[in-house]
Structure formats: C-alpha cells, structure tokens
Ligand binder design. Structure first.
Ligand code: FAD
Length: 441
C-alpha cells in the first residue's frame, strides 16, 4: 500500500478537527480554476501532513493536488528541478538521489508535496545554515481563481512571491515550482548522537555544532527531577566519501488499526522514553547511516498517527527567542511535565538567523520545540492554551501547520502582519484555520 493510497477521505495528520468538505482531485494544471465551481470557498491541499485545520475548509471545496505529480525539467549541471506542485518530496528523492542530488531542506516526513512545503515554508534539521524551503524555491507559478497566472520569484511579482511562501494556501493554487537541489556523493550520513541532561547542556551542544549541516534533539517531556529535560542530541552531514546512491528498499510497516485511547498514558510513554534514552549506552555514538532513517524515522510506520486512537492528536510547536531569556522554554517544559499528559515525540532545535522569504513564515531566530499530545478533553486544550500564553509572554510564536486550537488573540499577536497579508488572499479561497484565527470568511 503506498502512502498515496493509504487514506480514503481527507483529514489532517492530527485527525482533529474532523470537518466535512467536498474533495475535488486535480489531475491537470488546466483543471484549475474548476469550470463548475459550486460557489463555495476553495483551498488547495496536498498530502494532509499538516496537523490541524490549516489544510481543512468546513463546507468548502478541497482541491487535492497529489495527482499533479509530473516532473517537468531537470538540469543535471545545476541541480535545478521544475515540477508540478503535487509532487512529493519522496518522489523527488527517488528521482534525484541516484543522480547525486538531495533536497535543500527536508521536514521530518518525506510524504509532503512541494506545494505544501512552500505554503507552510517548512524547515528542517539544517535551518541554522540553510533557512527555510522557500529560500531554495527560486520561482513558482501562482494561479488565482479568476484564471490569472503569475510567475513569482524574488524579482518577478515579488510581493506575491513573499505572500505565497508561508501563505498557508490562501493566495491561490501553486501549480508548479522550481527547487534548487544540493549535490551529494553518497546516500550516507555521517552522524553523531550525544546524550544530554538539561537545557544548558543542550544549548552548549547546539552552540558547538553550528557548522554541522544537520542538528536536532529528542527531549523527554515526561521525566522529572534530576532527569528533567534529558534527551539525545543528533547531528549529521552528508558523507563526503563517494558511496552508494541507489536505493536499498526496506519494508514499510502500516499501523492497521486505531490504538485504544488508554494505551497512551504517562506510564507507557514514560517507559518508552526511558527505553529510548537508554538504548544508547554510552554518552556518545558515531557512525554512518542511510539518509532514510536519519531524516525520516517515523515514515517507516505508515499512519503512525493511529497510535493516538480515534480521538486524534494535537501537536504544539513554538519558537522562542532564547539567548536573551531561556526561562520561556523552561516554563514550557515544566508546564508540559506538570500536566501529566504523555508525549513521546518531542523535538527541540535551535533555529538560525537566516531570514525566511515568506511574509507569514513561522521560523525566527530562537529555540523551537515540537511535540504531540493525545486528545484528553479535560486537559489537552487547557494545556495548549497555557503553552500559547507562555509563548506570547516570551515573544515567541506558534506554527500554524501544527496547530488546531490557538486563539485568535494569540495568532494576531504572533503574526501582527496578518492584516497586510490579507490583501493577497484569493477572494475564492479560505481555510478553517484562517476563519478561526481571524473571524473572516
Ligand atoms: C511526521 C511529520 C513531521 C513533520 N516535520 C516537519 C518539520 O520538520 N518541519 C516542518 O516545517 N514541518 C513539518 N511537518 C509539517 C509538514 O511538513 C507541513 O504541514 C507541510 O506543509 C505538509 O505538506 P502537505 O503536502 O501534506 O500539505 P497539506 O498539509 O495538505 O497542506 C498544507 C498547506 O499547504 C497548502 N497547499 C498545499 N498544496 C498547495 C498548492 N498546490 N497550492 C497552494 N497551497 C497549497 C494548503 O492549503 C495548506 O495550507 C511534519 C509533519 C509530519 C506529519
């Protein structure tokens, strides 16, 4: 079963909220604008790997793009690829890695489309050096609902370029895009993983590795006392020794059922986190590993979101300025451990100061934390609101791609430029996220 076939109806990765919409697959770029538009608002969507409602539109029409999956051109001298916006990063890797090219920026899953990567201006483990995906997208075509086609780049229609990168799909349909790939000579990543305890040690490791291309850490948000904020710091670089480029396919596992809600509780997740922390016996481990497990450990289990049961999951991701005041992140972590809510997928990373090209892009210099929570009605939403409050108090912001419940007041504080951005929204487009955080249609 391929990840494209795995999901019969459209829902976002968190499976919350569940909203009904008409789903209209696009097969050809000429299918847009739809001839028989029903008059309801529209939104282009990709693989639904956003967690909340940024890719949902209650009672609207979702234009599904993954069938816009054609590679249009590739220059093997420069690594410049032009493709339709529904092409996934997985498909790009299948094409490019055997030819000695790799993605310039990659998120924690390769099952996202190029259109989705631009619309959320995604970031990866190399943000401190490479910035966001939009920086490596020299141009793309934006099609508006009145049929206007705009080729956008830093010099051509630059205001539409800036509004569409990180523009959450609201400016129209991205039909094709160019991606500037980076060269590699091997599939392998030379990595080092280091155990740490506490934010100070994490910070020291991050500061000592700013020259290393990829870095990220896993942090235990259940452990308290002397184990508070323990984790594993991972860094890696493309191996510079020529090595294999051809894939060696590994079997995928798919979770065939929803786990009952009680399966994920503080004890089971705490035990998992302790096992994970201790699986690395020494303080440090180094070696060579294929890029797949380094970048996409979770992709080995298709539909792992079903681990969270039918209720779904909430994700929280914030970025906080930290050099001036590390207290914000300490308060966030303390609020999470004190809540008693189990979370076993907490990722922490230092963002660099490479400017994002998007008007509404999420990353900014600071420290970012991302983690999943099971939905427990009595506590999850209160906790998320508290975390949003701490984020606001310390001058940070939250990531719309990962959000299902931030308040309008918080959103407008995090993104004060939202009204300026509104001028670029296509009048026929909207999303449930946008309606929730602005009160506009
Ligand atoms: C396991 C996992 C790990 C992740 N790790 C990261 C990470 O490390 N960094 C990160 O930044 N994100 C991460 N994400 C989030 C993910 O990268 C983004 O949500 C991404 O935008 C999803 O792309 P998609 O194709 O699934 O788009 P969807 O989720 O379907 O849509 C996302 C947005 O893109 C818009 N859109 C999609 N296609 C088009 C188009 N053709 N034209 C105009 N707008 C369009 C939609 O309207 C929507 O606003 C992760 C998600 C998962 C599930």
């Amino acid at each position: 079963m391929s990840p494209r076939q795995a999901r019969p109806r459209f829902e976002s990765w968190g499976r919350y909220p569940r909203l009904s919409a008409e789903v209209l697959p696009l097969f050809w770029r000429e299918d847009f604008p739809p001839a028989n538009a029903s008059g309801t608002k529209m939104l282009a969507v990709g693989m639904g790997r956003s967690y909340g409602d940024v890719c949902l539109l209650q009672n609207g029409t979702l234009l599904r793009t993954p069938n816009l999956d054609r590679l249009i051109s590739f220059d093997p001298e420069t690594g410049r690829l032009r493709c339709e916006a529904g092409v996934t990063l997985a498909e790009i890797l299948d094409f490019a890695v055997p030819r000695g090219w790799f993605l310039p920026v990659s998120p924690g899953t390769k099952y996202v489309t190029v259109g989705g990567a631009i619309a959320n201006d995604i970031h990866g483990k190399n943000h401190h050096l490479a910035g966001t995906f939009g920086r490596h997208t020299p141009c793309f075509e934006l099609v508006r609902s009145d049929g206007t086609q705009l080729v956008c780049s830093a010099t051509q229609n630059p205001q539409w370029f800036a509004a569409t990168i990180g523009g959450m799909g609201l400016t129209g349909l991205i039909s094709w895009a160019e991606v500037q790939m980076r060269p590699i000579v091997s599939r392998r990543i030379r990595y080092r993983s280091t155990r740490f305890v506490g934010l100070e040690e994490f910070t020291a490791l991050s500061q000592a590795s700013t020259h290393v291309e990829y870095s990220v850490a896993w942090i235990d948000c259940v452990a308290q006392g002397r184990n508070f904020a323990r984790g594993i710091f991972m860094q890696g670089e493309h191996d510079s020794n020529p090595g294999p480029l051809a894939p060696s396919p590994k079997p995928m596992l798919a979770l065939p059922f929803d786990l009952p809600a009680f399966a994920l509780n503080r004890s089971s997740v705490g035990a998992f986190n302790t096992l994970y922390y201790n699986k690395q016996l020494g303080k440090q481990r180094t070696g060579l590993v294929d890029y797949e497990p380094f970048f996409y450990p979770l992709d080995r289990i298709l539909q792992w979101n079903r681990l969270y049961g039918k209720e779904g999951l909430l994700q929280f991701q914030c970025v906080l300025p930290w050099e001036s005041d590390p207290m914000g992140m300490i308060q966030v972590l303390k609020a999470i451990t004190a809540s008693g809510l189990a979370s076993f997928l907490a990722v922490i990373k230092v963002f660099g100061d490479v400017a994002s090209p998007g008007m509404m892009s999420f990353p900014m210099p600071g420290i970012t934390l991302a983690l999943d929570f099971p939905i427990r009605r009595e506590v999850s939403f209160d906790l998320l609101d508290r975390l949003a409050g701490i984020t606001a108090e310390f001058g940070g912001r939250m990531y719309p791609a990962k959000d299902a419940c931030m308040s309008a007041a918080h959103f407008q504080q995090f993104y004060p430029q939202w009204q300026e951005f509104s001028a670029y929204i296509d009048p026929a487009f909207s999303s449930s996220f946008w309606q929730r955080v602005t009160g506009l249609d």
